[in-house]
Design a binder for this molecule. Structure first.
Ligand SMILES: [Fe+2]
Ligand SMILES: [Fe+2]
Length: 263
């Protein structure tokens, strides 16, 4: 199974550019075309779907994502708005009945996918909360032998990018205590930090995906201000096979010339 992950689309209205400069919808359109050439089995969009949670932004996002040939699922990041997000994708099959928190599980793929909702309305940082952690513990307990991938928008570790670390997942330790009890968790996928990072974490592996648009500049001195930069947009391709495990490729989106076969 090939699971594609795209993250941090930050789509804005059609008459606007992000930061007055970045055409995030055009970047998402390029990501969709890129994935349609690659042919994943499923696409997961890991939050910051739009930039400010408005209905017109979600309508534009949906029209772009619906061009994907593969089935896809969405989940919230801190730039999203729960009710508006859920309304825009109301026909998607994975939602739970309640819209208080948009966590869910997808059971009908070779990998079990569990999305957590770390959105705190009006804040940049994230939190899962006790209720959702109890739900996760029960869900994981139901299927201890099923290889599982969890997605949560906010990263769980200290990256060294100081101002981003200040807005990561506040209750990461509590999540880690749950994860340690469930070794079937192959991976936790995050977004938010707009960079690819890998870490060993509480008995599993955490990876963060780059943005399909703008990246957070890699500046690791505390005095450096957090900055964005137009490094190449990219997505992650997570290839799963029974016995072979979960292998992650970073796939750059853009025209880098022809693919030339070796002699
Ligand atoms: Fe973001
Ligand atoms: Fe974010």
């Amino acid at each position: 199974m090939m699971l594609a992950q795209i993250s941090d689309c930050h789509v804005v209205e059609s008459d606007r550019l992000l930061f007055d400069r970045i055409d995030t919808a055009a970047y998402l359109a390029a990501a969709v075309a890129h994935l349609n050439r690659i042919g994943p089995d499923f696409v997961w969009v890991t939050g910051d779907l739009v930039d400010s949670g408005r209905p017109a932004q979600y309508a534009r996002l949906r029209s772009l994502l619906d061009r994907l040939e593969a089935p896809y699922a969405v989940m919230p990041g801190n730039h999203d708005a729960r009710d508006t997000l859920k309304a825009a994708f109301a026909d998607h099959p994975y939602w739970r009945a309640s819209a208080d928190s948009l966590h869910y599980a997808i059971e009908d793929l070779p990998l079990r996918l569990i999305a957590l909702d770390s959105l705190i309305a009006g804040e940049s940082g994230g939190r899962i909360g006790k209720e959702q952690l109890a739900w996760l513990e029960a869900k994981l307990g139901e299927a201890p032998k099923r290889a599982t991938v969890i997605a949560v928008h906010h990263p769980l570790f200290v990256s060294g990018i100081v101002e981003m670390d200040a807005i990561n997942l506040a209750d990461a330790d509590a999540l880690g205590a749950v994860i340690e009890r469930h070794p079937q968790v192959e991976r936790i996928l995050c977004g938010h930090i707009h960079r690819p990072i890998t870490a060993r974490w509480h008995g599993t592996v955490v990876t963060t995906a780059p943005s399909v648009a703008h990246q957070v500049a890699l500046r690791l001195r505390p005095e450096d201000p957090v900055s964005w930069v137009m490094e190449p947009p990219a997505c992650h391709l997570h290839r799963w096979s029974e016995g072979g495990g979960l292998i992650t490729h970073q796939s750059y989106i853009g025209d880098y010339g022809p693919m030339t076969p070796f002699e």
